[in-house]
Design a protein around this ligand. Structure first.
Ligand SMILES: Cc1cc2nc3c(=O)[nH]c(=O)nc-3n(C[C@H](O)[C@H](O)[C@H](O)COP(=O)(O)O)c2cc1C
Length: 143
């Protein structure tokens, strides 16, 4: 079911939808990041769960690239697959070692969905991210 269908008979549906999305992101247990779809993928939004997971406040990270989370232990093969998926307009799902603001490492699992504007071009990317701790096999791919 598409979310707009819930509100289709309500003339205020656009503003209700906006508040619904804001509340979903602000209250989510998962980290959420939105970037622009331009080189370097500048970050335009991170939610409170992202700050809790990584230590980065919005003001530390807005305008920067998500690559700020990477370091020498981050699997380059996963990042190559990410580049290929995004350039083909496909969603991405993977996991790799990431670094918190304090330099400590954790296993990040994240999904990226391309978000299109009304003319069909990809304008933003939405990432859902979580710290998978011990719940990983050691393989760099997810499937
Ligand atoms: C929406 C979005 C979220 C991303 N989140 C992460 C992340 O959580 N961890 C990570 O290591 N890389 C993440 N990346 C990937 C880095 O941005 C990417 O590896 C880096 O920008 C270099 O990409 P490039 O070689 O295409 O410039 C994310 C990318 C996008 C578009």
């Amino acid at each position: 079911m598409k979310i707009p269908d819930i509100f289709q008979h309500d003339e205020n549906y656009r503003s209700i939808m906006q508040r619904l999305f804001e509340a979903s992101m602000e209250e989510s247990f998962n980290a959420i990041m939105i970037t622009e779809a331009v080189p370097g993928y500048p970050i335009v939004y991170v939610n409170p769960a992202f700050t809790e997971m990584t230590g980065y406040n919005p003001e530390d990270i807005l305008g920067k690239s998500p690559s700020i989370l990477q370091g020498s232990d981050t699997d380059a093969a996963v990042l190559k697959r990410l580049r290929e998926d995004l350039s083909e307009g496909r969603p991405f799902h993977g996991r790799a070692v990431n670094y918190r603001q304090d330099g400590s490492t954790f296993m990040m699992e994240w999904k990226i969905a391309p978000i299109r504007d009304d003319s069909g071009g990809v304008s933003h990317f939405l990432a859902i991210q979580r710290d998978v701790g011990d719940r990983w096999s050691g393989a760099s791919g997810v499937e």
